[in-house]
Design a protein around this ligand. Structure first.
Ligand SMILES: Nc1ncnc2c1ncn2[C@@H]1O[C@H](COP(=O)(O)OP(=O)(O)OP(=O)(O)O)[C@@H](O)[C@H]1O
Length: 248
């Protein structure tokens, strides 16, 4: 089913001075896949993700994202992807509708596209009554769902999610994951970092970074088998225990 490579890296490396934040990582992600990118704090996930998004140049190695080279075609990469993080969020002082229009406009979508798709989106999210309210008035779970929907509004090939569900309750996280599945079913590739191991179980495949390297990469069921573990939490703990690096 998953055969077309949408992300391909080979020996991708990023050094800051003499510190190697991302150390020779090589992996592929397939179109339509939900790919979990795990690692303890400071393992190098954000640094790697920034390179994949065309926001930071690698020190060495290769990466092709949606057919584009991370050294030479960063603008094309940026137009082919969506991005959402816990920190980056919506404009609180704009309404729901204004936020959607703003982001869709940045990606050069036509007024007709924006209008039609906004109506569908508001209906799907049950946000019709809130469309002209300021985003700051929405509960956190709704904001996250809206932020995700905005990140995929322009129909990118890949969406990068950096700890998208931080700080929300398990029920809301589950609902958020329903949106992720729906997006993946339309062919959008999901690249997601998370610290929640129940979310790791929802991914097609998961990679686990330790000290800048990818130490394990497979489906959750195969990883559990490989590490003789009952849960992804156990797999993660076994690997994270080896880490010599910790967050600041
Ligand atoms: N601009 C920079 N200059 C120097 N060191 C950096 C820079 N950016 C990141 N690092 C270091 O690289 C390492 C990896 O950081 P990174 O933020 O990629 O980890 P992470 O896996 O995303 O962690 P977290 O889960 O805490 O976000 C850390 O030791 C960090 O201090």
């Amino acid at each position: 089913m998953l055969t077309e490579k949408i992300i391909s890296t080979a020996s991708l490396t990023k050094r800051f001075g003499d510190f190697t934040a991302v150390d020779n990582i090589s992996f592929d992600v397939y179109k339509g896949e939900i790919f979990g990118f795990l690692g303890a704090n400071g393992a190098g996930k954000t640094t790697a993700m920034r390179m994949l998004c065309g926001l930071s140049l690698p020190t060495s190695g290769k990466a092709i994202i949606a057919g584009f080279d991370v050294y030479k075609q960063t603008e094309k990469i940026k137009r082919s992807i969506g991005y959402m993080s816990q920190k980056f969020s919506l404009y609180e002082d704009l309404t729901v509708r204004e936020n959607i229009r703003l982001y869709a406009g940045i990606y050069g979508k036509s007024n007709r596209f924006i209008k039609d798709k906004t109506a569908i989106l508001l209906q799907q999210l049950h946000l019709e009554a809130e469309a002209d309210k300021l985003v700051r008035s929405l509960p956190p779970g709704w904001k996250q769902k809206l932020a995700f929907s905005v990140a995929v509004f322009h129909e990118p090939q890949i969406v990068f999610l950096d700890e998208p569900t931080g700080g929300v309750d398990p029920v809301t996280r589950r609902e958020f994951w329903n949106l992720i599945y729906a997006a993946a079913a339309t062919g959008i590739t999901i690249f997601v970092t998370t610290h929640y191991m129940d979310e790791a179980e929802y991914c097609n495949r998961v990679s686990i970074m330790v000290d800048g390297r990818i130490d394990a990469l497979d489906s959750p069921s195969k990883l559990k088998e490989q590490f003789n573990a009952a849960s992804m939490d156990e797999v993660f703990v076994q690997l994270a225990r080896k880490a010599s690096r910790s967050a600041d």
